[in-house]
Design a protein around this ligand. Structure first.
Ligand code: C2E
Ligand code: MG
Ligand code: MG
Ligand code: MG
Length: 285
């Protein structure tokens, strides 16, 4: 329909928006059956100790192998899963996969191994998949809480009510560290950093991208790292793609790096092989 509309503004934009809305609706329907039909996978991306190159952390990232559409990006389907509530069950499944994987890597690779799992605000507000349930699952597996780092967003902290507060406290009581994801993108208020006990701060990719010795981003990264350290947090830089970025971040005192320079997210088996081949010290160091 947009074809014959030509430069007409109205017919140009409406069909595209309509199509996007229809795609989202179809994906929402498909998401409901995707778990039962085992269409999800969990990939893991190593998180590298900047000072030593050692790898004893990874982030769990969900993947959807759609029967018709192929691989659908979590950037597209996670918001839909959040809107429909499916994220609660899906997030629990990712958590359980991650627990199984971290248990294996603690034995085969490094007893310190930790896996980060993203937990959406929708999950925090749900009666299922609570901090207590996650703590119980870890205890049932004979694993310490520190095995799983919970990645949260600034948005959660800004809207935090007493329930969210309680949930975060439960995570900490169970020994599960909390990591603040995508830091610096959403909000200018920093007051929430005083109110919550956060272990890791993840500098968002937008600050790491375009990082150079002369850019303003290096000043921002240094300021973020300095502030985080003063507050007792460790810093993870996301989206490290070049050797120059790695060197600048390391010189700035950044504790950990994650990005394509070191490795892309990959399935558990591939990361097991990668860990064995590199003997747990990142070759891009
Ligand atoms: P995130 O938690 O900030 O995850 C980091 C994203 O950056 C991942 O995208 C990762 O593949 C990508 N990335 C890592 N290194 C590089 C790099 O060097 N360059 C570039 N350009 N990108 C890099 P991914 O896997 O597509 O996930 C996107 C987002 O989807 C995640 O962002 C997270 O917010 C959400 N997500 C993924 N898995 C889950 C999950 O299990 N539960 C929830 N609630 N959200 C998830
Ligand atoms: Mg994350
Ligand atoms: Mg992130
Ligand atoms: Mg991100």
């Amino acid at each position: 329909a947009a074809k014959d509309g030509g430069r007409n503004r109205f017919s140009h934009f409406t069909p595209a928006l309509q199509e996007a809305a229809q795609t989202r609706m179809r994906l929402a329907t498909d998401l409901r059956s995707a778990l039962a039909e085992a269409q999800f996978r969990v990939h893991y991306q190593p998180i590298v100790d900047m000072a030593t190159g050692e790898v004893h952390k990874a982030e769990a990232l969900v993947r959807w192998q759609h029967p018709q559409r192929g691989l659908v990006s979590p950037g597209l389907f996670v918001p839909i899963a959040e809107a429909s509530g499916v994220i609660v069950e899906l997030g629990d499944w990712v958590f359980r996969q991650a627990v199984q994987q971290v248990a294996a890597w603690r034995v085969s690779h490094d007893p310190r191994f930790q896996i980060s799992v993203n937990k959406s605000p929708v999950q925090f507000r749900s009666a299922a998949g609570t901090a207590q349930a996650w703590a119980r699952h870890l205890a049932d597996q004979g694993l310490p809480g520190e095995c799983v780092v919970v990645e949260i967003t600034e948005g959660l902290l800004l809207e935090a009510d007493s329930h969210v507060f309680e949930q975060l406290a439960h995570l900490k009581q169970a020994g599960m560290p909390v990591s603040l994801d995508d830091f610096g993108t959403g909000y200018s208020s920093l007051s929430y950093l005083q109110k919550f006990d956060i272990d890791f701060l993840k500098i968002d990719q937008v600050f790491v991208r375009g990082l150079s010795a002369t850019s303003k981003n290096i000043a921002l990264c240094k300021a973020i790292i300095g502030m985080a350290h003063e507050l007792g947090m460790k810093v993870v830089a996301e989206g490290v793609e070049t050797e120059e970025q790695r060197q600048l971040l390391q010189a700035a005192g950044c504790d950990y790096g994650q990005g394509y320079l070191f490795a892309r997210p990959m399935d558990g088996e591939s990361l097991s092989r990668w860990l064995a081949e590199t003997e747990g010290v990142c070759p891009a160091k």
